[in-house]
Structures are given as structure tokens and as C-alpha cells.
Ligand binder design. Structure first.
Ligand SMILES: [Zn+2]
Length: 183
């Protein structure tokens, strides 16, 4: 017959029977289980290993990377300037004016082929912003791989500055004096 015992720290075990993992109700109980085991059996026994609660970093990273790789392969293989299946810009189609994103796909196609100047001509803002975006992406990925929980947060003045640059770029590339910003 087993007899229920209570250790100094409150773990309830059974005299004559080895406390089992089923008796463990939370992580802190593992310590108590070890004490109870010693108290009941008079010697140290193996303690169930702690199960890591950290999430694996691989799944969240693989999916977006695969999607980006597919998109880049498509852009590399098919020139948006010559292929009709790429989506057209709704803003340009309805107003006849260039938006800040116009020429992005053509810029990426040129960049993937190593043509920096034509890429810059198609969308100077995108090509200029890629190193900054890449730096943020790498920093985010490294933190996630370390097990942190990073968030995309920017100071307010950075966001305002980005918005001003975006609007200014959109206005300038529609002016006759800035044809070099036109794709
Ligand atoms: Zn557009």
C-alpha cells in the first residue's frame, strides 16, 4: 500500500510508489518531484527532462522565403515590360498619373539581371530603399532565429519622413522636369 506524503515545498507524493510524470501539474512541480523522490525513496532518481516552450523558428521563415524566391524567379524569367500577365497599376490606369510604385516590377527585373542604372530609372525610390528594407529584414530574421519576439516598430519621425519622401517622389515623377524619374 502506498501512503500519501507531503514534502517541505508542498509536493504530494505516495510512500512506496515512485512519483510519476502524471503527478506533475506544471513546470515548477518538476523540482518538487525530485525532492519528493528523494524524500520517499531515500535516494536521487532521474527527473523528467524539462520540455522547451520556445517555438521553432523554421516554419515562419520558410514560407515567406519560398514565396519571395518564387516571385523573384518569375520576375527574373519574364520582363514585365514585355509580359502581359503582370498586373497593371490601378492608379495609373484610372488617372494617367504615376504612383510611387509604378515601375517597381520592371525595376526588380532589371536589378535581378544586374542592370543597376535601368533599375534606378524604372523606380528610383524602390532601388534606394531596398538596402534599408534588407537591413531591417535581416535584423528581424536574426532576432527571430535567436528566439526573440521582435516587432516592426519605427519611431514616429521616421514614418513621417518616409511619408514625405513617398509623396514628394510621387509628385516629382509626374512633372515634366523630372522625366528621369519616369519608368
Ligand atoms: Zn502605379
Amino acid at each position: 500500500m502506498s501512503e500519501r506524503v507531503t514534502t517541505l515545498h508542498g509536493y504530494k507524493g505516495y510512500m512506496g510508489a515512485m512519483p510519476s510524470c502524471n503527478d506533475v501539474t506544471d513546470v515548477t512541480d518538476v523540482t518538487h518531484l525530485a525532492e519528493a523522490t528523494v524524500a520517499v525513496c531515500g535516494e536521487s532518481r532521474a527527473v523528467p527532462p524539462l520540455i522547451s516552450t520556445k517555438r521553432s523558428a523554421a516554419p515562419w521563415l520558410l514560407l515567406p522565403l519560398a514565396a519571395i524566391a518564387c516571385a523573384l524567379a518569375l520576375l527574373f524569367a519574364f520582363n514585365p515590360a514585355e509580359s502581359a500577365f503582370y498586373p497593371t497599376c490601378t492608379f495609373y490606369w484610372t488617372t494617367g498619373l504615376l504612383c510611387p510604385g509604378c515601375g517597381s516590377l520592371r525595376a526588380m527585373h532589371q536589378l535581378l539581371h544586374g542592370h543597376i542604372a535601368p533599375a534606378f530609372r524604372c523606380n528610383a525610390l524602390l532601388i534606394s530603399g531596398l538596402p534599408v528594407a534588407g537591413w531591417f529584414a535581416v535584423r528581424f530574421a536574426v532576432r527571430r532565429l535567436r528566439g526573440d519576439n521582435p516587432r516592426f516598430t519605427l519611431p514616429a519621425h521616421w514614418m513621417w519622413m518616409g511619408l514625405v519622401i513617398l509623396v514628394a517622389f510621387a509628385i516629382l515623377r509626374n512633372l515634366s522636369g523630372f522625366r528621369w524619374l519616369t519608368p
